[in-house]
Design a protein around this ligand. Structure first.
Ligand code: ATP
Ligand code: MG
Length: 348
């Protein structure tokens, strides 16, 4: 039985980069079938909703989802539920995708693209494992008036032990596939949620005696990420801290056009997307860097289809193309999206 890949191209440069990622997957020679469906603004235009039932049904049927990007200023005036970004939130929720994996690695030859000094940047090779469905984003929210009559806003930060344990396990398992070093990031000196987080991570660690566990406060982690990012192998953290630290790590690692991500749940199914958005400023011009989408396709093979060998071949082909001087505009070159993908395909 071939594996079914749902391709959800979306808006802006999403379709341009997703098409190249699909070509690369097709070139692996694996037994894959592809079905495409509209998502985001494109789906709103076609069907009146950013995540139409047919798109959700395809995502539920598929073994894995290759996602492009969604969003455009044209939809900013719509009510919240109809905005393109709701599609990705809806997919995460419906599919139970609670773990976000974001590798940040500097490819050889891109040292100059990092926000850090080249010799510091060269050492970056880490994965941030961010919890995706809890924390302050999903706790009780309200607006009101304080006892002094001042306007007040509240967002409840909350985690339960099961939520912490399952993301901690993803952190430990990820560390096992790498250098077996896990740094848990929290703010346990101030927050009750973080004290629970730390207790549970230490309990889960009993099942992973082979992984070296350390703890770091989030403020220190932010500092260490720019001071000496080479010290990190895998970082596991909550939704809010992970949101901030993963954007920070991506700028340390060079262009936004190079970095993939995976959203995983309890089953093998996952959603794979570049960390960049729909980039309306360059959409339709064939300028977008397809590497982030292609590396997301590699993560899809590794995490959802258990095809680590083919994933490694794709990653090596991207590294070889970059080392050989292939560059799109964001990397200071002039190759088109298609030409960049051709260089990678040539190395496969
Ligand atoms: P979102 O809110 O969806 O994250 P955003 O507004 O934060 O979107 P992006 O769409 O990621 O931002 O674009 C940020 C900048 O990076 C833009 O100038 C865009 O052109 C550039 N950019 C993003 N992705 C790529 C890519 N694959 N190749 C080249 N440039 C890119
Ligand atoms: Mg953004």
């Amino acid at each position: 039985m071939p594996h079914l890949i749902a391709v959800l191209p979306g808006d802006g440069i999403g379709p341009e980069v997703a098409a190249e990622a699909r070509r690369v997957l097709e070139a692996t020679g694996l037994d894959l079938t592809f079905e495409e469906a509209a998502v985001g603004g494109a789906a709103y235009d076609a069907a009146g909703h950013p995540l139409p039932p047919a798109t959700l049904a395809l995502a539920q049927r598929a073994d894995a989802i290759l996602f492009g990007a969604v969003g455009d200023a044209r939809y900013d005036k719509l009510e919240r539920a109809l905005r393109p970004e709701q599609a990705i939130l809806g997919l995460r929720k419906e599919l139970g995708l609670f773990a976000n994996l974001r590798p940040a690695k500097l490819f050889k030859g891109l040292e100059g693209a990092s926000a850090l000094r080249p010799e510091v940047a060269a050492a970056i090779d880490l994965v941030i494992v961010r919890e995706l469905t809890g924390d302050v984003y999903f706790g009780l929210k309200s607006r009101g008036t304080s006892a002094e009559g001042l306007r007040e806003g509240r967002d409840l930060m909350r985690y339960d032990e099961a939520e912490v344990a399952r993301i901690a396990r993803v952190g430990f398992e990820t560390a096992r596939t790498r250098q077996s070093r896990l740094c848990s990031v929290d703010k346990a000196n101030v927050l009750e949620t973080s004290q629970l987080w730390r207790d549970v991570v230490i309990e889960v660690a009993a099942d992973y005696p082979d992984v070296a566990l350390t703890h770091m406060y989030v403020d220190n982690a932010a500092m260490q990420l720019v001071r000496d990012p080479g010290q990190f192998d895998v970082i596991v953290t909550g939704n809010l801290f992970g949101d901030i630290l993963s954007d920070q790590a991506s700028m340390c690692a060079g262009s936004i056009g190079m970095l993939p991500s995976a959203a995983l749940g309890a089953t093998g199914k996952g959603l794979y997307e570049p960390i960049h958005g729909s980039a309306p400023d360059i959409a339709g011009q064939g300028k977008a860097n397809p590497c982030a989408a292609i590396l997301s396709a590699a993560m899809l093979l590794r995490h959802s289809l258990d095809e680590g060998e083919a994933a490694g071949r794709i990653e090596a082909a991207v590294a070889a193309a970059i080392a050989g001087g292939a560059r799109t505009g964001d990397l200071g070159g002039s190759l088109s999206t298609r030409q960049m993908a051709d260089c990678i395909l040539a190395g496969l």
